[in-house]
Design a protein around this ligand. Structure first.
Ligand code: F0G
Length: 464
């Protein structure tokens, strides 16, 4: 590839660079995270959005149809003949007035960006097609990830659909919903289940990938984040290129907020947007590293020099107490987010906010989202639950324009949904009660009726 594209350490006092044809995802000098950078003198960027709009009339071409690659000019790290697509990114920005009512916002102000419409049912496909294209560029034959389920489902789908690579996935024991596990198994991925949780699996997969020379597709891989930038482009496209006031997103490994921040920073530099939105990242209370570090321990980006001692002390305390992440939102059950520094950077440049929400708040928000017609998995509902908190506190105004990202499809974790709506105490206890969810105020319970025509007719008349 030309040196118009390169990898660069994000630390301002390091800034080491590497060739885009390498698979170096942390800085060899200082272990910092790496960014994909573009020299726009050598590789000019578009100056209007016309380049993307024009692609729609050519949508019979797979790269124009893809909701990621129709923005290729904004992530031009690989030439078109290396790009891989399985039709990702055909997602929807939906105005959601019933959910707006739940969070006390004015009708017309709240939108849900529904990433569950991706081929593997979550936002991961946006980043996976980009990482996969880079893997293709460097000639990889095996790709691996640690996963709470969605990354593995996505990787497995890309591997089996394109037939290009062998998928190797690492999962923790008993920490993955069946919807997601079933995808990886069905798509034929080599599935390594280790004793431990996601954080343990993440550590191991990095060691194994280094030792066996396997291409790593977790979001520590900066090419993943390049693909995830396009979620923001599609939101802008749906809003006729107007910037919303807030983007609210669940926080797990913190790849999304990092990618969203980079997307807007670059667009602003290119003059394609006049300002940045503010980002709000919502942790589960049982996996609240970002929330604690920022709101309780005062960690800041600090111009690229966050106070490392705060971090080290926090992780040492986690180790000493043996405390593990614990939330029914298994997708974000993560205590050691690999993209933490990039997330701090995104929050700093956008004047962002961080909150934590309980599993109860998430499940209630999830039921309200579902009742509005777009079902999501528990972790995704953290965005709306977090918005509700930020509305209650008055941080977000009733008339501001807000987009909550729904990261994963409802069918990813049907057990949690059915348990919330069930009559059966034992089922409720098994899936929700054990995690501290005690009520289901928005349950839509099945009406139980004898197998008798008159009784059925009466039940319907009574209820409708
Ligand atoms: N929402 C869903 C549905 C997810 O699957 C994930 C992460 C997140 C939110 C968190 O996003 O890492 O960008 O902050 N899932 C990963 C996985 C960890 O393995 O599937 P993030």
């Amino acid at each position: 590839m030309s040196d118009a594209v390169y990898l660069r350490c994000i630390r301002p006092d390091c800034r080491s660079t590497r060739d885009v044809g390498e698979t170096v995802f942390t800085c060899p000098q200082c272990s910092g995270l790496m960014d994909v950078c573009y020299d726009r003198q050598r590789q000019p960027a578009p100056s209007t959005w016309q380049f993307a709009e024009a692609k729609w009339s050519r949508r019979t071409e797979p790269l124009c149809f893809s909701g990621v690659w129709r923005f290729h000019e904004l992530l031009p790290f690989a030439p078109p003949d290396k790009l891989v697509t399985i039709g990702e990114g055909q997602t929807l920005l939906q105005q959601a007035d019933s959910v707006a009512k739940y969070v006390n916002m004015r009708p017309g102000c709240l939108y849900l960006q529904y990433e569950g419409m991706n081929p593997s049912g979550s936002f991961k496909d946006n980043g996976m097609c980009a990482a996969f294209s880079h893997a293709n560029l460097v000639g990889a034959t095996r790709a691996a990830c640690a996963s709470t389920g969605n990354t593995s489902a996505s990787l497995a789908a890309y591997c089996s659909m394109t037939g290009r690579m062998r998928a190797i996935i690492f999962i923790g024991s008993g920490k993955i919903s069946y919807g997601k596990l079933s995808q990886a198994l069905d798509y034929g991925a080599l599935t390594i289940q280790i004793q431990g949780d996601f954080d343990d699996a993440m550590r191991r997969v990095q060691q194994v990938a280094g030792r066996l020379g396997i291409y790593l597709v977790n979001s520590i891989n900066p090419f993943r984040l390049e693909g995830q930038k396009t979620v923001m482009y599609r939101i802008l496209e749906a809003l006729r290129w107007q910037v919303p006031d807030w983007i609210v997103v669940p926080g797990g490994n913190l790849g999304n907020v990092s990618a969203f921040g980079k997307a807007f920073h670059e667009l602003h530099q290119l003059g394609l947007v006049p300002r940045l939105p503010r980002f709000a990242v919502i942790n589960a209370a049982g996996a609240n590293t970002l929330h604690v570090l920022i709101r309780h321990l005062g960690l800041q980006w600090n111009g690229g020099r966050p106070d490392e001692t705060i971090l080290q002390r926090y992780y040492a305390d986690l180790d000493a107490s043996g405390r593990k992440a614990d939330t029914l939102a298994s997708a974000i059950e993560i205590n050691r987010p690999v993209n933490l520094p990039k997330a701090l950077r995104a929050l700093a440049c956008s004047g962002g906010a961080v909150r934590e929400v309980t599993d109860q708040e998430m499940m209630d928000a999830k039921a309200r989202i579902g009742a509005g017609g777009l079902g999501c998995e528990p972790a995704s509902a953290a965005s709306v639950a977090g918005l509700k908190r930020l509305r209650d506190e008055g941080v977000i105004g009733r008339d501001e324009r807000v987009v909550c990202v729904l990261t994963g499809h409802q069918l990813k974790d049907p057990n949690a949904t059915v348990a919330y709506h069930t009559h059966e105490r034992a089922v409720f206890e098994e899936y929700l009660g054990k995690r501290g969810v005690t009520q289901a105020p928005f349950a839509n319970r099945a009406v139980q009726v004898p197998n008798d025509l008159e009784a059925i007719v009466q039940a319907i008349e009574r209820a409708s």
